[in-house]
Ligand binder design. Sequence first.
Ligand SMILES: *Cc1c(COP(=O)(O)O)cnc(C)c1O
Length: 394
Amino acid sequence: MVFIPYGRQSISDEDLQAVAAVLESDFLTQGPEVPKFERAIADYCGAAHAVAVNSATSALHIACLALGLGDGDVAWTVPNTFVASANCAIYCGASVDFVDIDPVTLNMSPKRLEEKLKFARAKGLLPKVVIPVHFAGLPCDMAKIGALAQEYGFHVIEDASHAIGASYGNGKVGNCQHSDITVFSFHPVKIITTAEGGLATTQSDDLAKRMQSLRSHGITRDAARMVNADEGPWYYEQTDLGFNYRMTEMQAALGSSQVIRLDEWVARRHRIADTYDQKLAHLPLVLPVRDDGSLSALHLYVVQVDETKTDLTRRQLFDAMRKAEIGVNVHYIPVHTQPYYQENGMAGVSFPASETYYRRCVSLPMFASLSNEDQARVIAVLEDIFSAQGDAIA
Ligand SMILES: *Cc1c(COP(=O)(O)O)cnc(C)c1O
């Protein structure tokens, strides 16, 4: 029996050739491939600028810095995310608080956000940056979050690590219509990959320039941004404290080659989800919401054990699936429950919707190259587990 992972990359002959061609060229870093990849993603998303870096974590970090997040500031994100969505604010010296999720969309609840903002305004503790996460690839209610950003005066970074290829009602995720910056991840389990890699899109010339500087030591070669007179062709200035967060030319070439198949892959993910929706409807599982007036990129297909219909626990379901060589996973352990966050202000704090969701959730295999045969095996194993449990299967 072959192990079926929950997510994996697809690499074509064209991808291999694109990477090999770079290895034989003059530039392995700081050549033409990174700007080419940035242009491809910016055009795809409908953003003025794209800044490629070595991970989404790095992109989140320089996005926070570019927006001026620093000591004494507060950033808000959701508990139902990967730790990087919260850690990025702490790197900047800011502190983090959380907004609970909507139990249906599993995204930041605009209602909880508004309540928390009202309370924070009364106490003079408004956030400087809010980081909604498009969980599983389903876009958050950005129109509402954007309206609250106007009203309460905070910046918005969309953590779209799951959501390249997704669209809101009127455009692609990454167009920053209701945000300052959108961040993507190209880790191999995500929708397209550059091995490690990430990218930030923005409509702002100024934010793009700041992020370009921060990803490369805070150095500029642009005379217009220099403090002193340009001393010659060799001259550069460090005007900020930046990092080495650059993406390599091989990674960018792989990304440019992958993005060609992005829409086709998202469509394939929807066909896989259609099959799951249909074949799992009779099991004691809560299936994910996909149609929210937007198109999900379907990074994940997460089911929840319906505790009103079965005694089987998530742990039992998880173990039985893994025993059958199905690589299910759990997304996510609520970030505020991590020991680091418990020691940094979150002890005794509860976000009930995220915690309830976490107790029940299992991510099933979902990736563009998942074969119909392998998906049928996933479904058959689930049916066997619930019928062995004695749960009625119609
Ligand atoms: C994967 C992921 C990240 C981090 O991405 P890297 O590219 O691995 O740094 C951040 N946020 C979310 C929601 C993610 O899923």
